[in-house]
Design a protein around this ligand. Sequence first.
Ligand code: NAD
Length: 245
Amino acid sequence: MDHQNAIETLQKWVDESRRIVFFGGAGVSTESGIPDFRSQDGLYNQTYDEPPETIVSHSYFMNWPDKFYRFYKDKMIAPWAKPNAAHRKLAELEQAGKLTAVVTQNIDGLHQDAGSKAVYELHGSVRRNLCMNCGAKFDGVDIILNSPGVPHCPRCGGMIKPDVVLYEEGLDENVLYGAVNRIREADMLIIGGTSLVVYPAAGLVNYYRGRRLVLINLQPTGMDGRADLVIAGKIGEVLSQIKVR
Ligand code: NAD
């Protein structure tokens, strides 16, 4: 199927569906200027002392919080980033009553900035933080960015941890079950901007039971063979062509 036919099929399925779920990853935010992990200019292909998956792991955070925070502040927080056409179209679909959930592996909060309400953040958010000692919660990224080194709790002095799921950590069960239920009930599942290699998140695709599984990604993924429609392209460019009606 050529690109134009694929877009037309996507439009037809969007028109016919009432319970669309979008499942996305870091590729959804590259058009907002945030690098992903596995693209050519993604963080895995930049040079650091250690690979990113080592730095953003629980044990690394506990052992070398100073080095963790240097990387985290530099590469994982992007307070300047704005939602792109993909985030905006998904919010529009939700407002029109056609999309029931955005399930995301992203931690950047851009879906909410675009107006999406039902957002399942599988890997947490850079915009929430908590004190590991007294449990105090801190919204936003200021507490992190305004601390010169490792951020500490202004109340008790304990170390502050971002509410993001690091490697070696489990997913929040409520978020996971909510996402599973939305995907189970979906009459269309659009997957975009994810290499589908990070588990258990990628395994959520298995809960979809319908026949409109759409994959929109720049590079091929291991699940292309299972999709009913594969569109190779930029997610913002593709979704901006879809009319909500
Ligand atoms: P990934 O880096 O493994 O894969 C990104 C995929 O998106 C690639 O297959 C790439 O070809 C594709 N892609 C890139 N730009 C695209 C675009 N404009 N349109 C369509 N496809 C595009 O990302 P992942 O699968 O989400 O896994 C990485 C992990 O890193 C996730 O768990 C996530 O939590 C985290 N992460 C998050 C952010 C963020 O919050 N913005 C950024 C980097 C990494």
